[in-house]
Design a protein around this ligand. Sequence first.
Ligand code: SAM
Length: 230
Amino acid sequence: MQPVTFAPIGVIHSPYKEKFGIPRQPSLVPAARITLELVPPFDQPDAVRGLEAFSHVWIHFVFHETAARGWTPLVRPPRLGGNARVGVFASRSTHRPNPLGLSLVELLGVDTTNGVRLLLGGADLLDGTPVLDIKPYIPFVEARLEARGGFVDGPPPVLRVEWSERARADLAAAADVPTGFAELIEQVLQQDPRPAYQDDPERVYGVRLDRFDVRFRVAGNDVQVLEICG
Ligand code: SAM
């Protein structure tokens, strides 16, 4: 078959500036506020007319950051601890023959005042992600309560977040902190962003959120926010 080519219809603006720390699926971090900006010639209000009547949309996008790394038939999903393997088509791995992602996200607003921007809640998308398509979510067709979830039956366990005095003071002293930023930090860290095979309670990690570097440490089921560097 001939290769097919698609032109991105838009680009993602996201507080997630690097892969590390992005939740592994949408809706796990509802506090994340992400904007999808349509690009010419798709940035026409007519193209999104009626979309605001839907509460959720499917976003088809390209895993552009990792696309060049190729794929293998077997992958190791983090949910299986990072050792057990399943077929790439039995997974939501980013390393696929065609590096396409699909996320169901909340549609919080449609702004057509100057171009077209969609405000999305809870997306799992890196800043700069190219978007190929948007489709409304249709609950009566797509919500299947009887469906089996394979090796991902149920949400992952979450960590308990505790703030150091230093981190609280850093946040209080910072200028232009985005609305809901403390909530975003907590929800991201609750998901335990560490690679599946790492468990060193002394190790300090840093995750970039918006324009901040958030330092943290994990011991058992507790994650401590250590400092927030601007
Ligand atoms: N919900 C989508 C799906 O099922 O196709 C994505 C699932 S994938 C496991 C989620 C991960 O994709 C995130 O944790 C993040 O590390 C990664 N990711 C998000 N945007 C990306 C991009 N533009 N390029 C590469 N990786 C990306």
